[in-house]
Write a protein that binds this ligand. Sequence first.
Ligand SMILES: CC(C)(COP(=O)(O)OP(=O)(O)OC[C@H]1O[C@@H](n2cnc3c(N)ncnc32)[C@H](O)[C@@H]1OP(=O)(O)O)[C@@H](O)C(=O)NCCC(=O)NCCS
Length: 292
Amino acid sequence: MMMLLKQKQLVIREATQEDQRRLANLIHFGSYVHRHLDWRQPLDWIGYQPFELAELNGEIQGALACPPDPPNVAWIRLFAVSQSATTEQVWDSLWTVAHDKLRALNGTVSVAVIPLQSWFRRLVELSDFVHSHQVIVLSWKRKPIPMGRERPGLVLRPMLFDDLPTVEMVDAAAFGGVWQNSRSCLEVAFRQSASATVAELHGQIVGYQISTATPVGGHLARLAVHPGFQGQSIGYNLLRDMLSQFERRGATQVTVNTQQNNVVSLSLYTKLGFERTGEEYPVYQWNIGNTA
Ligand SMILES: CC(C)(COP(=O)(O)OP(=O)(O)OC[C@H]1O[C@@H](n2cnc3c(N)ncnc32)[C@H](O)[C@@H]1OP(=O)(O)O)[C@@H](O)C(=O)NCCC(=O)NCCS
């Protein structure tokens, strides 16, 4: 005889600052935990909506954070399930509430996720997220750095905090879709950077790069040139300057992630001696439209 186990009803509510300690435990000891490759720690998103918790008898069973940042892009920053809960039930309960909250916002929101583990990939596929593209990893391993290219009026200099409003404009013009960054995200990235450079053409910021330190060298986290100035060797000069900085520090490796279909950046990275590592990650998306 088949026994049907009735699932207990989970209570869904917003995470608050009082949940910090228990959420930290969930992330540390949970049996299934997805964390976005993020500038911020997962708990830094408490207070932003949606950040939902699933509880049973007052015990946290799971958490889902996917607040929009910038307003039209909501990366899944955290999904964690406790050892005593089932991933499907927790995901379905939390995603239903988070989805409704995102739909209630004005405008269109693209929900995006890079599910690194297969259990999470299966869940998002079951929820009709669509695989949109792959992110691939490339690395530079102390290959000779070619000479800079002459570009009259071009000056590269270290980025200053006061440059961020202009850097944000360049970034927003250069990147589309789920790859846009908010000002606050750029601020966090800048504070964590080991190398951050702007490219000025006749005194106007037209491009920038932000890189972080890694145990073996560096990671190029962001590179953008304003579309009105692309194709003029600005990205090339920014990239070779960044590599020279890390080379002088003794870096043995500099990595970068890019979209598999980003023909321009792949051509540029290859030109400067980057090679594919074979590592790649899938990006899944769900577009929530609101015509209100
Ligand atoms: C990628 C990016 C930074 C390149 O900067 P750029 O200043 O336009 O590039 P450059 O003029 O320095 O070109 C350097 C190389 O890139 C490649 N490239 C540039 N434009 C290209 C194009 N339209 N088609 C194909 N390859 C191109 C070429 O290999 C070129 O070398 P070449 O001049 O010897 O042909 C810029 O296009 C950009 O901001 N794109 C949007 C944001 C982005 O994708 N960033 C990287 C994501 S990780």
